[in-house]
Design a protein around this ligand. Structure first.
Ligand SMILES: [Fe+2]
Ligand SMILES: [Fe+2]
Length: 136
């Protein structure tokens, strides 16, 4: 679900590295919920928080890069980032406590799907532009 694929590459080292790290946090979460009959509440909350913080850090890296080189799609891209952060912020820790696996799985499916589509459709819009500016 959170495997890196070569076609995700934005051909920019730092961005690829950050995308890989995001996927890694996602797969840590998904292996947590595969362990049977153990209460992982604290770890789930902690990893979700890490994912949120890393996501915000990553979005800032992208937005700074786009801003620095004057990419025309920055404003729209920022909006898409913000709506994802809002969505993650909506995750209710009480729901997770009552139904850890179900809720976490739902969140993970959403996140995995979002990351893949976002990288391929939205992040790839700045790829050629930045590469042409000499950013790799
Ligand atoms: Fe990204
Ligand atoms: Fe992005």
């Amino acid at each position: 679900m959170f495997n890196w694929k070569e076609n995700y590459s934005c051909n920019i080292e730092e961005i690829d590295r950050q995308h890989k790290r995001l996927l890694e946090i996602g797969s840590e979460l998904s292996s947590l919920i595969r362990t049977k009959n153990v209460d992982h509440y604290d770890e789930i909350i902690q990893l979700l928080d890490e994912l949120k913080k890393y996501t915000i850090y990553h979005f800032k890296t992208e937005e700074d890069l786009m801003g620095k080189y004057g990419f025309h799609g920055l404003a729209d891209h920022k909006k898409v980032h913000q709506s994802f952060v809002d969505k993650i912020n909506e995750v209710d820790s009480e729901d997770i406590d009552e139904n850890q696996k179900g809720v976490t799985m739902e969140i993970l499916v959403f996140i995995a799907d979002w990351i893949e589509k976002h990288i391929l459709k939205v992040d790839h819009m700045y790829k050629d532009f930045l590469n042409e500016k000499g950013v790799f």
